[in-house]
Design a protein around this ligand. Structure first.
Ligand code: ADP
Ligand code: MG
Ligand code: ZN
Length: 622
């Protein structure tokens, strides 16, 4: 029988009663180990299935709390949980986090030595290990299976399981070897976790890993704490600067489409006085590792990156993700924005896009050979454009892509749902725009059409002598932004549509559009002029300056501890825990226990330190 360093009687007390309600033993264990008061959706069901020796296939969004689903039973069950995880950095991070919660965890990967094996063998013999993280390469190595069979394995867990599917975004050939788990260990349950949302990939994972009548969970893909916002890109640099000015030193990622753009944006931000660094595949491994570390350690708050950045990032306090260019599909957009707000606190996702992005992405697709992949990418790009370019609830739109129906009319946490709608008859304006199209032979993109309406004096206008047109300057009474919105509305109302023959996005007038142009039909425009501040901004800039100061003080303490222990600050305490300390302002250790994330290992290690810091701060501020 495994030596339980969390004695069973603590975890399963003899049916104690509180207000005549029996305490749920799982909740009481959750409280003790992790310091959480309740399970996130599906966690309890998954844990229960594992405790009953059943295979599990869990699809849960990023930040849904997948790690806890295997870490928890790993502590409770006799024997060891072997977890396969794809990246060294992720493994180290998870092991650090687990150890902070008092869970006995180790890792074996490609850089492990013989001594590591000997040490871990000893721990296994003495039943002093809960979790063993391994890389897929390690599992595939010849000696591994016979070696691990000497120990008692409670269950296997495969994290980031989409890596096994060639249809997914992060296929890892080494994951294919994991299909041997069920054959080699017929009596050991296997729990599989992924955040992939496509049914196609999900089915593939289940088939490849040969799960045996698993307990299946598909959680909602809604991330209620993420605020989604899409804006037209008119001056990216100043839009970014203005956005970052409202973020007050928070951590965030800015994605750009190419290495060159990454470098440009990063140096622009540095010039403007922001602490930002670039990350892309063109930098040496050493530099990339350093940049990633500095980000994880809260030393560099802003990373400007290509999509090469992110897979190994489990940082829980990423407060914003900005896309400076249109992503090529909704799946990537969802994964990338998903890196924000893992801790459940408000986080902001801003997408800045312009029509030139569409043209660029289309030209990449054009270069692909004819076939299934090309058509799929074309379709996915159209979906992405629909998302960015249509006035509707962003959340509803993303979830619809994943075939999930969002039940509420207003999500209350996206740009569309938080702006006041004003209806306006826009028939005359539509006629002006349509006439600009008709008079130029429907051969020009929206940017140029707007220049004509506004009476601009660009080179292109001069070249084509469009300043001689009757429509040149007839839209001067309106702003550029208005015309952008109007063209969007015309697209979504099918008054115009993209010319499929043309390489660049050029709109054509539809039959419905002609009816409007000739005054046979009216158009109403929904304008959303005054933007409310996003909830994350309101919450994080904090109403109370004193509270903000205390938060900063605790943040410094967290960083000092992390530096000393060579772990990441969010593994000491999450932002949520610090916020709870600020809110509760505990005066003694028993009040300290009310803070989320104060499991018994953490309270022992850090409770006093933080309590003293709070008491000292409040004494000063009296
Ligand atoms: P995933 O792997 O699904 O993306 P993680 O396992 O990294 O998510 O968990 C994300 C964050 O949520 C972590 O900071 C974790 O501590 C926290 N968390 C997990 N379960 C709970 C819970 N029941 N209550 C509060 N926080 C939780
Ligand atoms: Mg995870
Ligand atoms: Zn919404």
């Amino acid at each position: 029988m495994k030596f339980l360093h969390f004695p069973l009687k603590d975890i399963f007390p003899e049916s104690p009663k509180m207000n005549n309600e029996p305490i749920d033993p799982l909740i009481s264990a959750l409280r003790q180990i992790f310091g959480f008061d309740s399970f996130r959706p599906n966690q309890k069901e998954i844990i229960t299935a594992i405790l009953h020796n059943q295979d599990v296939f869990a699809i849960m969004p990023t930040g849904g709390g997948k790690s806890l689903c295997y870490q928890f039973p790993a502590v409770i069950l006799p024997g060891l949980c072997v977890v396969v995880s794809p990246l060294l950095s992720l493994m180290k991070d998870q092991v650090d986090a687990a150890c902070e919660s008092g869970i006995r965890a180790e890792t074996l990967n490609s850089v492990s030595t013989k001594d590591d094996f000997i040490r871990i063998s000893r721990l296994m013999e003495k039943n002093e290990l809960d979790l063993l993280y391994i890389s897929p390469e390690r599992f595939n190595s010849e000696s591994f299976i016979p070696w691990i069979k000497q120990g008692k394995i409670a269950f296997f867990a495969v994290d980031e399981a989409h890596c096994i599917s060639q249809w997914g975004h992060h296929f890892r050939p080494d994951y294919l070897g994991l299909s041997r788990i069920t054959k080699e260990f017929p009596n050991v349950p296997l729990a599989v976790f992924t955040a992939t949302a496509t049914t196609f990939v999900a089915n593939d994972i289940e088939k490849q890993l040969k799960l045996r009548n698993p307990f299946r969970v598909r959680a909602s893909f809604d991330r209620p704490n993420l605020f989604y916002e899409v804006k037209f890109k008119n001056d990216l640099s100043s839009q970014l600067v203005n956005f970052l000015k409202t973020r007050g030193g928070q951590s965030g990622i800015i994605y750009r489409g190419t290495r060159k753009k990454v470098e440009e944006t990063a140096s622009m931000l540095v010039k403007k006085g922001f602490k930002a660094k670039a990350y892309h595949a063109g930098l040496s491994d050493q530099i990339r590792m350093k940049v990633q570390e500095e980000f994880l350690k809260d030393e560099v708050p802003i990373i400007v990156a290509t999509i090469a950045f992110g897979m190994g990032i489990d940082k829980s306090n990423v407060r914003f993700v900005v896309h400076g260019d249109l992503p090529k599909n909704i799946e990537s957009y969802y994964q990338e924005t998903g890196r924000a707000g893992r801790d459940g606190l408000p986080a902001h996702c801003l997408l800045l896009f312009g029509y030139q992005d569409i043209a660029l992405l289309e030209s990449f697709i054009d270069d692909l050979p004819e076939g299934k992949i090309k058509h799929a990418e074309e379709r996915q790009l159209q979906e992405m454009i629909r998302f960015a370019d249509t006035e509707q609830c962003r959340r509803k739109s993303i979830l619809a892509y994943f075939e999930e129906n969002y039940p509420n009319e207003n999500c209350g946490n996206c740009d569309f749902c938080t702006k006041k709608a004003v209806r306006e008859d826009a028939t005359v304006d539509c006629q002006k725009a349509l006439s600009a199209m008709a008079r130029t032979g429907c051969r020009f993109g929206i940017t140029h059409l707007i220049d004509i309406l506004l009476g601009a004096d660009t080179e292109k206008i001069k070249t084509f002598r469009h300043n001689l047109l009757k429509t040149w300057g007839i839209g001067k009474n309106r702003t550029k932004k208005f015309w952008r919105q109007l063209f969007n509305t015309m697209l979504s109302k099918d008054l115009i549509q993209w010319d499929k023959q043309c390489k660049f996005p050029v709109p054509l007038i539809t039959d419905k559009g002609k009816k409007v142009l000739f005054g046979k039909e009216k158009v109403e425009l929904v304008l959303r002029p005054d933007e409310k501040k996003s909830s994350s901004q309101v919450l994080l800039t904090d109403e109370n300056i004193k509270d903000q100061l205390l938060f900063d003080r605790l943040r410094v303490l967290r960083k000092e501890i992390a530096q000393e222990k060579h772990i990441f600050p969010y593994n000491v305490f999450t932002d949520k825990s610090l916020q709870d300390m600020v809110r509760i302002k505990p005066k003694n250790m028993s009040e300290m226990q009310l803070v989320q994330g104060m499991g018994r290992s953490k309270i022992k290690a850090y409770g006093k330190l933080f309590l003293n810091a709070i008491i000292e701060f409040l004494g000063e501020k009296k």
